[in-house]
Write a protein of this length. Structure first.
Length: 509
């Protein structure tokens, strides 16, 4: 159970000063107040800290998705390294994979290691904003008695969190971020001369896995190098008229289900768990539905979170650091008389479906191209497909958006990602190519993440993983081996009969 939080006096902080301390910038801060301890600790400590993280997202205001995704990655790689350290100390075959930053040589209590890794990572990131996670830690530790194993687990979690925070200390997330808009017609402009502009230099942040923010940079919109070429293209013309019809608040062609999807995936306003949080919640729903145990679920979350963190860097690299910082549909439709395109009709009264808690129609405060939602979605879907070994897993996902009408069910990860990506058009805040042109880069990033971090264990010889006493069904052994491969724990497996021909042994390498 989360501690209750209530707002304290608003404090304006410069993003650079907070990020340099491993924290985030916000206009309205929240402080933790004590809450009664629960009678028992959580049954699943990975899910518990995911809940703490998402509640923190809800209580941070005016923070971009990039810093939130970064905080999730910091927490989850700290937890992964802690879990991996504990399991590796049991026996080599139990290792989750290669460490992300650090493998502590000693063993300890698994859940305690997770708890202290999460607590210290979140404190390092959100502590300067007025958050305190001591009550959450106490709740997590409620039914874990003091012991040498508990103390060793605490030490492991503290060490892995400290190593992760140190690794991210100079990742440029703390750099002072300024932005001078382009002057050409078609260039995105902030609502006022002073903003808001959310993390315009986020594309320069050091990735968690990628070599740079531009590694998978999508091509320019309409494959054009200038604003004039984009606005004159047939592709832009068609998409202008499409979003003008489908994305308007009073659209007569958008279907009721498209409206529901638009709000389901939005989560743009304060008080929601924001786009990265929604995909982390969906990850938990799917993992629990597929009965993924906490001992390995922490690796799934770590790969998803590092993918989302790098997806934010990929998207913001294209939004702000490419040749075209494209305006949003509302600006483009209002100013169509200036775009030099005879086939785009201006409408000064046009407003998107997107609406905040005060009833104001709005677009997010950064350029349209590419869609951050789409980049997150396609990266997430590819990591999930790789983990489970297939795309067609049905699940019912949730939303925090105040205008949404309830959960939605999807028959595959790719179907959820496609709807997420294109919901932004129906919400009236994106052009079609903002989503379509990041499909391949998102998939490439997802593949790169699972292939280049927390990857397979290494052994020159086969190791006995499991002795299946009394099991004569080869399929059970194969299923376990395939799962180890899907989880990137061991690359190769082999099922063999033992001498008496009545059991199967599983070997890994």
């Amino acid at each position: 159970m989360l501690s209750a939080r209530k707002p304290v006096a608003a404090r304006l902080r410069r993003l650079g000063a907070l990020m340099a301390a491993g924290a985030l910038s916000a206009a309205t801060l929240q402080a933790v107040t004590p809450a009664p301890a629960s009678a028992a600790g959580p049954a699943d400590h990975v899910n518990y800290w995911n809940g703490v993280l998402l509640q923190t997202f809800r209580e941070t205001n005016d923070i971009g998705p990039g810093p939130l995704a970064r905080s999730a990655a910091i927490m989850y790689v700290s937890m992964y390294d802690a879990a991996n350290s504990v399991l590796c100390a049991q026996r080599a075959v139990d290792c989750l994979g290669q460490p992300y930053t650090l493998k502590v040589g000693s063993g300890g209590d698994f859940n305690t290691a997770l708890d202290y890794a999460a607590h210290d990572a979140l404190t390092g990131v959100f502590g300067p904003l007025g958050f305190n996670f001591d009550d959450e830690l106490a709740t997590a530790q409620t039914d874990i008695p003091a012991s040498a194993q508990q103390a060793a687990g605490q030490s492991i979690g503290q060490q892995t969190a400290a190593a992760t925070l140190q690794r991210r200390a100079n990742d440029h997330a703390g750099d002072l971020m300024t932005y001078t808009p382009d002057s050409e017609v078609g260039a995105w402009q902030p609502a006022t001369p002073t903003g808001p502009v959310v993390t315009p230099n986020w594309g320069n942040v050091t990735p968690f896995v990628m070599s740079s923010g531009s590694q998978f940079r999508p091509a320019a919109p309409a494959d054009a190098d200038t604003y004039a070429e984009v606005l004159a293209s047939d592709e832009y013309t068609a998409q202008f008229n499409e979003v003008k019809a489908y994305g308007a608040w009073n659209s007569t062609v958008r279907t009721p289900d498209q409206t529901k999807a638009a709000f389901f995936w939005a989560n743009d306003v304060n008080g929601t768990y924001k786009p990265p949080g929604q995909l982390l919640q969906h990850t938990q729903i799917i993992a629990d539905g597929q009965q993924v145990p906490a001992t390995v679920k922490v690796k799934l979350f770590a790969q998803v979170a590092t993918g989302l963190a790098d997806a934010s860097i990929l998207a913001w690299d294209r939004k702000f650091l490419g040749s075209v910082d494209l305006w949003r549909p509302d600006m483009g439709i209002h100013r169509a008389g200036e775009d030099g395109n005879a086939d785009t009709e201006p409408d000064g009264d046009w407003q998107p479906l997107s609406i905040d808690r005060q009833g104001r129609r709005f677009s997010p405060p950064f350029p349209a191209y590419v869609s951050g939602h789409a980049t997150f979605a396609y990266t997430w879907a590819h990591v999930m497909e790789h983990w489970f070994g297939r795309d067609n897993i049905t699940y019912t996902g949730t939303t925090d958006d105040p205008n949404a009408s309830g959960p939605r069910t999807f028959t595959s990860f790719s179907a959820a990602a496609d709807e997420n990506a294109h919901s932004r058009l129906w919400l009236g805040v994106h052009w079609h190519f903002d989503a379509d042109n990041v499909l391949n880069p998102g998939n490439e990033l997802g593949e790169y993440v699972v292939d280049n971090t927390m990857y397979y264990n290494r052994s020159d010889t086969e190791l006995l993983y499991l002795h299946k006493t009394g099991v004569t069904n080869r399929n059970e052994c194969d299923n376990t081996g395939r799962q180890l491969s899907n989880e990137h724990r061991w690359e190769f497996y082999r099922c063999v009969h033992s001498n008496n021909r009545t059991v199967y042994d599983l070997y890994v390498r």
